[in-house]
Design a protein around this ligand. Structure first.
Ligand SMILES: *[C@@H]1O[C@H](CO)[C@@H](O)[C@H](O)[C@H]1NC(C)=O
Ligand SMILES: *[C@@H]1O[C@H](CO)[C@@H](O)[C@H](O)[C@H]1NC(C)=O
Ligand SMILES: *[C@@H]1O[C@H](CO)[C@@H](O)[C@H](O)[C@H]1NC(C)=O
Length: 352
């Protein structure tokens, strides 16, 4: 056995130096290759790990998070607070989601502050004033937790629990109070030089919560302002539909016609006056005389008066516009008021 081994090694040693050096080269190259491979694997792992912290967030969630946070005073904190909690951004689809998760993270931060205060209270070398102030801080923590809880509950039912105004008002009051609590806690340690140590131990955590609440408040303001503006617009449109008026003109009037009527001088093509001072005595006569299939607006001015007639405007009489002397002054009464084929004549009263 040993002989065989020796002979083998003898062969390799004596007979093929070149091949050995080749083998060494190959091994060396293999090692380099492995190193590169390992390096690249490490690189990939490192890349994944670093992305996990910053942007391993679905792109849709990233966009919502980014735009929601842009309305805050501390946008970087707003973004990173959520981005660094694994899975927190997974299901983000609305600004409201961002606010809810922010509130959750803020609650966790307040709880963290609670333990910080408890730890400080366990210290023996505290002045009476410091002890009192720390107990005040615990109370502030308690209140803040209540306020954040109430905010989250109110938000959960937003916008269905009450009016948008009330939601907005209540949410803003709750978060403002939560912010004030952080200040109140810190203010308890501003009396003596000795207080400074405790104050410094608390400051970072309290400020963090303050900034988080400020961000939630800004996002809530943005959301409720946006929703209220939209609601106002919708109500305005509905109001416009129900009273049929825009700028005091019937809603069915086109913008061009509204401008035409708003212009101080509307030059009528013909005038109807029951007293005979116009081109025609009745509206029907004026309509009958109007051009057929006109491409141009044909304006019939109807002077103040009461016209007891049914006005029929056939489909062929396109583009006729009636201009009265005000809805109280120009009144057309008739058993039939619906005028076929006209877009401008909606009812028997003629507005101006
Ligand atoms: C809400 O925030 C967005 C993004 O910052 C901004 O473009 C928009 O104007 C804000 N809306 C209101 C009503 O403040
Ligand atoms: C996100 O939604 C999925 C499916 O709806 C759910 O299974 C998952 O638990 C949610 N993740 C978080 C963090 O809420
Ligand atoms: C907030 O936290 C509570 C419990 O800590 C959890 O049940 C809830 O799903 C969280 N909400 C969000 C939006 O993450």
């Amino acid at each position: 056995m040993a002989g065989i081994k020796e002979s083998f090694s003898g062969i390799s040693d004596s007979g093929s130096r070149i091949s050995i050096s080749n083998k060494k080269k190959k091994i060396f190259l293999f090692l380099i290759a492995s190193f590169l491979l390992v390096a690249s694997v490490i690189g990939i792992v490192a890349g994944v790990a670093s992305r996990k912290n910053s942007s391993k967030i679905p792109s849709s969630a990233h966009a919502i998070l980014k735009s929601s946070c842009s309305s805050t005073l501390y946008p970087d904190l707003c973004y990173s607070a959520i981005a660094t909690v694994p899975g927190a951004a997974d299901n983000l689809s609305t600004q409201k989601d961002v606010i809810e998760i922010s509130l959750n993270i803020t609650t966790t931060a307040v709880e963290h502050n609670y333990f910080t205060i408890k730890k400080l209270l366990a210290h023996e070398k505290l002045t009476e004033r410091e002890k009192t102030a720390l107990h005040d801080c615990l109370e502030m923590v308690d209140e803040t937790l209540d306020e954040l809880h109430e905010t989250a509950e109110d938000l959960k039912q937003y916008p269905n629990k009450k009016s948008l105004d009330e939601h907005a008002e209540d949410l803003k009051i709750l978060l403002s109070a939560a912010m004030t609590n952080q200040d109140t806690c810190i203010d308890g340690f501003s009396h003596e030089q000795a207080d400074k140590e405790v104050r410094n131990a608390l400051l970072k955590g309290q400020e963090h919560v303050y900034h988080m609440c400020s961000n939630a408040l800004a996002m809530i303001k943005n959301m409720t302002d946006t929703d209220m503006a939209e609601e106002k617009l919708k109500m305005g449109r509905k109001l416009g539909e129900s009273t049929g008026e825009i700028d005091g003109f019937p809603g069915w009037l086109s913008a061009g016609d509204r401008r035409l009527l708003q212009a101080s001088t509307v030059t009528p093509d013909v005038t109807v006056a029951s007293d005979g001072s116009g081109n025609y005595k009745t509206v029907s006569e004026a309509v009958a005389a109007a051009p057929i299939n006109s491409n141009k607006r044909y304006i019939i001015r109807i002077k103040a008066g009461v016209y007891k007639e049914n006005v029929d405007v056939s489909k062929k009489k396109k583009n006729i516009m009636f201009v009265g002397d005000g809805r109280k002054n120009t009144i057309i009464t008739g058993s039939r008021n619906v005028v076929d084929g006209s877009t401008t004549f909606h009812s028997a009263t003629v507005g101006q």
